[in-house]
Design a protein. Structure first.
Length: 248
């Protein structure tokens, strides 16, 4: 009987020790890192405000502001959104906890889908002037991309490449909308312990694929341009791609 008692104590000690070890093990840590480039040449906020980029149409341009919205990252359980502000270098890295090791399909949405694009709903976006005016249907921007370019008269001019939910204002008493947010599916990634996933963002793609963008024709007042918004939606689908996946 004494032997059984000693054995039981040993088992209980071992069991409790395992529980203590388990509770102290950190869960897998995932870091999504958005990096930006122009056809493979890295871009940071230090590259802003200089006419150093050339788009597919041959126009020399600068980046003055670049911030965009992503939502519903599928590795996170609940509804979520992040404002990536390249100029301020904020939102470019997103930490995700409590994802079990395994292989996952990584996806997120550029902008807000219609059901999430509720006017005035998000206090942070309200505070940083990311709203869309009521005359254009309210809700929120998907991207604010501002810069300058050299026009056909060899003069410096401004552009505002802003993406929102497309709105047809032909009849001002009956606005018609089209959801121009889109899902970005980056394919399969392996999560193993602490994992850093690079998401590459090629800014040049906004101007070339499938629609060759002429800044002399489409430069400002694009938010209310129904056809331009649909063109930007199409071009945006080649902007994002999967970069390095590093398991640490």
């Amino acid at each position: 009987m004494k032997k059984y008692s000693i054995l039981l104590v040993v088992i209980l000690i071992a069991f409790n020790s395992c529980k203590e070890i388990d509770c102290c093990v950190s869960p897998p840590f995932i870091n999504l890192k958005f990096t930006h480039n122009w056809n493979g040449i890295p871009i940071t906020n230090e590259d802003f405000s200089a006419l150093k980029f050339t788009n597919e149409n041959g126009e020399k341009l600068s980046i003055e502001k670049l911030r965009y919205l992503i939502s519903n990252i599928n590795l996170m359980d609940s509804k979520n959104y992040t404002l990536v502000d390249v100029g301020e270098n904020t939102g470019t890295e997103i930490s995700i906890l409590d994802v079990k090791n395994g292989t996952y399909n990584l996806s997120f949405r550029f902008g807000f889908a219609n059901e999430d694009n509720k006017d005035g709903e998000y206090q942070f976006l309200n505070s940083v002037n990311f709203n869309v005016p009521a005359m254009l249907g309210g809700g929120y921007h998907f991207m604010q991309f501002d810069g300058k370019y050299i026009d056909d008269n060899n003069q410096e001019a401004g552009f505002n490449y802003h993406t929102i939910r497309a709105v047809d204002r032909t009849n001002l008493t009956d606005l018609k909308f089209e959801d121009t947010s889109f899902e970005v599916n980056l394919g399969k990634v392996e999560i193993k312990n602490n994992t850093e996933i690079e998401i590459k963002v090629n800014i040049a793609e906004w101007f070339k694929n499938p629609n060759l963008w002429n800044l002399n024709e489409l430069n400002t007042n694009l938010m209310g341009n129904f056809e331009a918004q649909k063109m930007m939606n199409a071009n945006g689908k080649s902007v994002f791609s999967l970069g390095k996946v590093v398991n640490k």
